[in-house]
Design a binder for this molecule. Structure first.
Ligand code: SF4
Length: 435
């Protein structure tokens, strides 16, 4: 009988893509995917520690897996991802959950096959190191045949005061351009239609490539020159680092998506200073203007955090003003989560939970009004749509500016670009008909 594996992924798209690499390694070792962790031979928890809720879910899942392991004693439970790399967590997990087979840090997942082959005398094996070398030889088992993620860099140098990423993912490391181009060419040649370039801050791509002039705008131009009909997206963009050359590369290419994710985090200059974001709300809005002027149909998306330490009603009102001025098509809203090991965790003036909840509810309401206005404005317009999925009798597609559209159609349309007119908007959901 085949050996089986299950991967439980928490957190961002970086982690989702990392799970595709873990799946690739496991399948190379002869394991097949199972969706049932009660019977899987290997269960991998690919963790996140950006917010406390993700950590709590990992702890809850380990409690459930302990029972599964009692029923299936040879099950190997592996914990990897950001949470394991945060200070002291691996040791704590090892002591509290001795039934875990191995705990691997963010730089150690490529060791998974070797570690699995070794029994470690029934003791929890821990490997947490700081590696700077990028492993270009990891296999990938992609979950979609249309959309593919490609890492262009790892780590972050920015040290925003609330964020744990630089401590658990290390400093910025860019992949060499030739490897990225080779990956994208290969994906396009086998039929992928949308490539999303991943990095904590894609705008600083190349800064660490000593002796090279490669930067993000030149990477975008080189990827756009690859033959074939496909789209290129990227995330995430730190507002302080997006430059006119990047915006020009987008506006001049027929392949680059017009969807840009640029987290503002706050509209208050005082809070942005405390967050160590290195821009003001005016700087942010001028970058938004630069994008809108060059790419009139740009779809803007952002992240906003409410309840950062000392945030007052005035600060929050500035955030609502910024959101109203930008008119995001998508906004991801978060309540500040205190992360041990970050400067913000020790700040005075933690905001009461009731205030955080009220503020986020108000922000979500304001954004819903903006999204509704933007959806109404789409009705009657025509868009090129990439059909990415067939679900419940409808095609789920995406415009070049990142709007989701539902269209009547069949599974044969998946992976095709079509032109469609938006015929109605129901609660900010867009419905289209083929032109
Ligand atoms: S830019 Fe700031 S928020 Fe984003 S990963 Fe880096 S430190 Fe974290």
């Amino acid at each position: 009988m085949d050996k089986t594996y299950r991967i439980i992924t928490y957190g961002c798209q970086m982690n989702v893509h990392e799970s595709e690499k873990i799946a690739g390694m496991l399948e190379n070792e002869g394991y097949v995917r199972s969706d049932n962790d009660d019977i899987a031979d290997v269960v991998v928890l690919n963790t996140c520690c950006v917010r406390e809720t993700a950590e709590t879910r990992v702890t809850g899942n380990l409690g459930i897996l302990k029972k599964s392991k009692e029923l299936k004693p040879d099950m190997k439970i592996i914990v990897c991802g950001c949470m394991t790399q945060s200070d002291g967590t691996a040791q704590k997990l090892k002591e509290r959950c001795p039934f875990i087979f191995a705990i691997l840090g963010t730089h150690n997942i490529d060791r998974l096959p070797e570690i699995l082959r070794d029994g470690h005398n029934g003791k929890t094996y821990v490997e947490i190191t700081d590696k700077t070398k990028i492993n270009e030889d990891m296999p990938v088992k992609r979950t979609s045949g249309i959309n593919a993620w490609v890492n262009i860099m790892y780590g972050c140098n920015n040290f925003c005061s609330y964020c744990i990423v630089p401590y658990v993912r290390g400093r910025e490391r860019s992949r060499e351009k030739k490897h990225i181009i080779a990956d994208v060419k290969k994906l396009v040649s086998v039929g992928y239609k949308q490539i999303t370039l991943l990095g904590q801050n894609v705008n600083s791509y190349g800064n660490d490539l000593n002796g090279s002039t490669d930067d993000f705008p030149s990477l975008l131009r080189d990827l756009s020159a690859i033959d074939g009909k496909f789209r290129i997206k990227f995330m995430t963009s730190h507002p302080k680092d997006i430059v006119p050359e990047t915006v020009d590369a987008i506006s001049e290419s027929d392949k680059l998506s017009h969807f840009i994710h640029m987290p503002a985090q706050s509209g208050s200059d005082r809070i942005l200073g405390l967050m160590n974001r290195k821009y003001t709300s005016a700087d942010y809005l001028s970058k938004i203007d630069m994008i809108k002027n060059a790419i009139p149909d740009a779809g803007l998306s952002g992240d906003i955090m409410v309840g950062f330490p000392t945030e007052t009603e005035r600060d929050f009102a500035d955030t609502v003003d910024l959101v109203s001025a930008v008119k995001y098509s998508n906004l991801y809203t978060f309540i500040y989560s205190r992360r041990k090991g970050t400067p913000a965790a020790n700040m005075e003036g933690q905001v009461p939970t009731a205030d955080k909840k009220r503020r986020i509810a108000e922000l979500i309401k304001r954004q819903a009004q903006i999204a509704c206005g933007s959806a109404v404005a789409c009705v009657g317009r025509s868009y090129e749509i990439l059909c990415s999925e067939h679900k419940n009798g409808k095609i789920v597609g995406e415009t070049r500016c990142g709007k989701a559209v539902l269209i009547d159609g069949d599974a044969s349309m998946v992976g095709k670009f079509i032109n469609a007119k938006i015929i109605k908007n129901v609660n900010s959901k867009l419905y289209g008909a083929i032109n």
